[in-house]
Design a protein around this ligand. Structure first.
Ligand code: NAD
Length: 426
């Protein structure tokens, strides 16, 4: 009997950390608030297409290893699906599905002509050679080539994938398609049709959201104490942008630990010393844990690493006035409610990290036109898109009296729900 209760409690806890279930819960709430019938939810709760592939790769020791990959396409009523490809040992079908739904929501919030997609391969790129990474990247494109393409589904970088991997994938697709096709993928190197500003776009978008949230809370960025969890692509650029704006970045972390200095960390030095996987704390002796980092006294907290970092176990210990989610899914539903009840302004992932997909869209537009923009043009357009998205979500939260996450889902889901209805799907 006691064991049964323990099992029930464990299951409840697992459900709360299940990113697909929690995403579906908020999508349902958003559709209910907007007055859509249940069949719209039934269509949008899962991707319309999900492909699982097996990728054989010849390893450096001449053995053949078979890797599992996924591609999820959430909803293509608005336009082609779009979203990154993640290389990580913990990639799962469930995670890829949830991430594809988040991509649809992001596209809706910043009003891009896309639905959401996402891909992933179960592998550890930190243990693979350059040649093996090329093999797995090309193998993945061959395996999914029938369902992707510049007008069908457009991949991009995500955790542990970068512009080199995008270049190999683009080259493989161009071979299959028999002509040069830069619009097949975004996040490419500049010389292959990449866009200025793509690498730092997610952090730029997060920075704009921080500035907008700070205005609402009456906090000056100059001198504000900022804590950033994660020092990879999103976290490291963000720490730099906040430092450049005069904020005091007092804490940063990576998978191995965290650094704290109440007088401000030397961000330039840390950027210089971090490795390509975003690890730097291993070079220091006096580190703190990621758990301690999240609970530090600060004004602005930016989770920029992984999922489920702010939960009901630590939400009451968060001291920041503003939490801006650069990572996907770092705060559970319960923790979102707890932060909101404590008056902490939470800018949700689907809005805060939409800068990456926005500049990916700009890259695709430039590829389609064959006409390339300057860095200033990209930055100006990105600023306009993110500020408009922020205003729309903030206004919805105020007028509908809901938290920012539910407001963002309401804004994000509306366009694809409408497009699906106009097409006569539901
Ligand atoms: P990345 O791989 O470049 O960096 C991840 C960072 O998180 C590294 O510093 C790593 O050490 C750290 N980390 C990993 N496990 C950790 C743990 N258990 N505890 C603390 N830190 C840990 O990844 P990224 O591209 O910076 O992405 C980070 C998050 O932002 C992800 O959730 C990703 O989905 C999201 N995101 C990224 C982009 C983008 O364009 N890069 C766009 C949208 C959303």
């Amino acid at each position: 009997m006691v064991a049964d209760k323990a099992d029930v409690n464990a299951n409840e806890k697992n459900d709360k950390l299940d990113v697909l279930k929690s995403t579906q819960t908020v999508v349902k709430k958003a559709l209910d608030k907007l007055g859509y019938p249940n069949e719209v939810y039934e269509l949008l709760k899962e991707p319309i297409r999900m492909m699982t592939v097996r990728i054989p790769v010849r390893m450096d020791d001449d053995s053949i290893k078979i890797f599992t990959g996924f591609r999820a396409q959430h909803n293509d009523a608005v336009g082609p699906t779009k979203g990154g490809v993640r290389f990580h040992p913990n990639v799962s079908e469930k995670e890829v599905k949830a991430l594809s739904i988040w991509m649809s929501l992001k596209a809706g919030i910043v009003d891009l002509p896309y639905g959401g997609g996402k891909g992933g391969i179960v592998c550890d790129p930190r243990e693979m050679s350059f040649r093996e990474l090329e093999g797995i990247s090309r193998g993945y494109v061959r395996a999914i080539s029938q369902i992707v393409g510049p007008t069908k589904d457009i991949p991009a970088p995500d955790v542990f994938t970068n512009s080199q991997i995008m270049a190999w994938m683009m080259d493989e697709y161009s071979r299959i398609d028999e002509f040069n096709n830069p619009g097949f993928i975004t996040g490419k190197p500049l010389v292959l049709g990449g866009s200025h500003g793509r690498e730092s776009a997610t952090a730029k978008g997060v920075t704009i959201c921080i500035e907008e949230a700070a205005k609402k809370k009456g906090i000056q960025i100059e001198g504000a104490r900022v804590v950033v969890q994660g020092f990879g692509n999103a976290g490291s650029f963000l720490a730099k942008f906040m430092h450049d704006k005069g904020a005091n970045v007092v804490g940063i972390s990576d998978a191995q630990g965290a650094l704290y200095d109440p007088n401000g960390l030397d961000i330039e030095y840390l950027l210089d010393r971090r490795d390509s996987f975003g690890t730097v704390t291993n070079l220091f002796k006096n580190t703190i844990s990621n758990k301690e980092l999240l609970e530090l006294d600060c004004d602005i907290l930016v989770p920029a690493a992984i999922e489920n970092q702010i939960t009901e176990d630590n939400a009451d210990k968060i001291k920041a006035s503003i939490v801006v989610e650069a990572a996907n899914g770092p705060t559970t539903i319960d923790a979102t409610r707890m932060l909101s009840e404590r008056g902490i302004l939470l800018v949700p992932d689907v809005l805060a990290s939409a800068g990456g997909v926005t500049v990916s869209y700009f890259e695709w537009v430039q590829n389609n036109q064959g006409y390339y923009w300057t860095e200033e043009e990209v930055e100006e357009k990105l600023y306009q898109v993110i500020v408009k998205g922020f205003d729309n979500v903030y206004r919805t939260a105020e007028t509908r009296r809901v938290d920012m996450r539910l407001a963002a889902y309401m804004v994000g889901v509306r366009k694809m729900a409408e497009a699906s209805r106009f097409r006569g799907w539901v």
